[in-house]
Design a protein around this ligand. Sequence first.
Ligand SMILES: NC(=O)c1ccc[n+]([C@@H]2O[C@H](COP(=O)([O-])OP(=O)(O)OC[C@H]3O[C@@H](n4cnc5c(N)ncnc54)[C@H](OP(=O)(O)O)[C@@H]3O)[C@@H](O)[C@H]2O)c1
Length: 335
Amino acid sequence: MINPVYAPAPDRYERGIRYRRCGRSGILLPEISLGFWHNFGDVNPLANSLEMAHFAFDHGIVHFDLANNYGPSYGSAEETFGQIMKKSFIPFRDELFISSKAGYDMWPGPYGEWGSRKYLMASLDQSLKRMNLDYVDLFYSHRFDPKTPLEETMQALVDIVRAGKALYAGISNYPPEAAAFAYKYLKDRDVPCLIYQGRYNMLNREPETSGLLDQAKENGVGFIAFSPLAQGLLTGRYLEGIPSDSRIAKERFLKSSVLTPEMHAKLVKLNDIAARRGQTLAEMALAWCLKDDRVTSVIIGASRVSQIEDDFKALENISFAPEELLEIDRIISCS
Ligand SMILES: NC(=O)c1ccc[n+]([C@@H]2O[C@H](COP(=O)([O-])OP(=O)(O)OC[C@H]3O[C@@H](n4cnc5c(N)ncnc54)[C@H](OP(=O)(O)O)[C@@H]3O)[C@@H](O)[C@H]2O)c1
């Protein structure tokens, strides 16, 4: 049977999604965004990737986050997204906010990683081809490169935006001093940094303690949290062992060594609080990030539609009583 043509849900903006303004910019981002780091590569069935992308868009999740080397194999998550564009999303391009990045290892040799102008420019051209796009909405320097002059990396972002290959520029995984330099450099050239992308979740408070969250806000820059579920730890996934199809079972980016008896005990206690709130642990973990108005959006990952469906329900309750927050902090800080 021929594939049916995709028709998005007509009520996709009325199913509970909310949008937050991204820093001092004209851009609104959905409180939940979908990332393609895992489960969208060429090792994964296209049908499942399509189903997840459709479900997201059908619920007003209009921001999709990619990077050159997402897969596996490297580049293949962008190729998958390119197929999704062709099959489903081309008529809706202007409703979508698509990001990509370059910074980590992508191709061999001296020009295939870090922050040189040569790498960033070539990488974005490749990404656009793979994704069947004329431009991305947002292009990130994926990590700070201590050896390349930051002026060179930032000027590449400025020139990429001026060339119309990206509408906005962003940075990810930059330490606060480098972020301060980047914000000023970009602002002085009328290409203000739209957003900072950093790891932030109940278990990892680094953006609070390092001042990155405040710094972004003070500079009119949005903050988007990646791995808000700590790659799946902050969900029900590992409460009763390690499922064979889970990220930990793959032992690559999330190792079984993190799931110590102490960590498991914390997850069980956090799950109890979530249950009292009438939420799953995943819903509570996302709500916890979104309670803070310095956070523009959380980028979730997913391996199946039912997870996105669960995660989406987080939006039904993102407020916490002060005692709940204290209890969460106590559980997390006890070793
Ligand atoms: N800038 C950077 O350096 C950087 C780094 C990392 C990530 N990111 C971005 O952030 C995105 C998200 O990262 P992440 O995948 O680590 O995010 P995450 O949301 O913390 O973890 C996603 C994983 O959690 C599990 N999960 C999600 N919802 C669930 C639910 N309701 N119930 C049970 N399990 C659930 C799934 O694990 P299973 O796969 O085991 O089912 C899923 O793959 C990436 O795709 C990427 O776009 C950026």
